[in-house]
Design a protein around this ligand. Structure first.
Ligand code: ZN
Length: 254
């Protein structure tokens, strides 16, 4: 369900300026939110880079088997493994190691400088980042960290991870705020499923913290069923009259 959206159109991966960067607050967000699009891009020979903001070490705080340093190291391996499935090689990945669960405290000039240095490895034509009001505090902090940090001219598409699952009506884009681009998972379902499956620590691997985070089969199936949703700010959309006299959507990607 999407609330309040009036503009929606299919996303054409080949229309996205490159290189394309995906920014993930946690390891697994890129697979859950963008896995099919990333697979489609690399399948078409497009250059994709990935930036991981947090250390991912807060998902199982009570585990003795996976204390935070071990969990963070394992999640970083899972992240790179999942991205490899999607065609993004480890050499095009950067992890900042900011604190999982407390990213809001890291929206600082120093962290913005780290983000900028990472993106400078391949100045992005397109950046996929979390939707401003995706209902997770770290996702919202990620948006604030990236906001104002992106290079001029980069196309920003904001992806949703938890919005369909947990979002309140006010969390969805307003009609005057952003339009929706959708990407069907389709033929990239298998690649997306394998990328999600790489995140074993989030899928029941850790047995000694029952209160730890686990992706449920329902969450995984929702991500695989799609479509993936990307929001673009309204200034990128323009309504022009079609010959029929009706109005149609034109998406300008400059
Ligand atoms: Zn996340």
């Amino acid at each position: 369900m999407s609330v309040g959206l009036t503009l929606s159109a299919p996303l054409d991966p080949l229309a996205l300026p490159g290189p394309v960067w995906v920014v993930a607050p946690h390891p697994d967000d890129e697979a859950l939110g963008c896995g099919a699009l990333l697979a489609a891009l690399t399948d078409a020979g497009r250059e994709v880079w990935a930036l991981l903001l947090t250390d991912g070490g807060a998902s199982h705080p009570a585990s003795l088997a996976y204390p935070r340093p071990r969990l963070s190291a394992e999640r970083l391996r899972e992240w790179r493994s999942g991205l490899s499935v999607l065609g993004v090689p480890p050499a095009r990945t950067t992890a900042l190691g900011l604190p999982d669960g407390a990213l809001a405290g890291s929206v600082t000039p120093a962290a913005r400088s780290q983000v900028w240095q990472a993106l400078a490895q391949a100045i992005p034509g397109t950046v996929l980042l979390p939707w401003e009001r995706d209902p997770h505090p770290d996702h919202r902090a990620a948006w604030r960290l990236l906001h104002g940090t992106l290079p001029p001219g980069a196309l920003a598409l904001e992806y949703a991870v938890w919005l369909p699952e947990r979002g309140a009506e006010a969390d969805w884009p307003r009609p005057d705020e952003a339009g929706e681009l959708t990407f069907e998972v389709g033929r990239w379902r298998d690649a997306k499923a394998r990328a999600i499956a790489a995140h074993r620590t989030q899928l029941g691997l850790i047995p000694d913290d029952p209160g730890g985070f686990t992706l449920t089969p329902e969450m995984v199936e929702r991500a695989l069923a799609g479509p993936e949703r990307y929001f673009r700010r309204s200034y990128g959309f323009r309504l022009i009259p079609a010959q029929s006299g009706k109005r149609r959507l034109c998406i300008h990607i400059a």
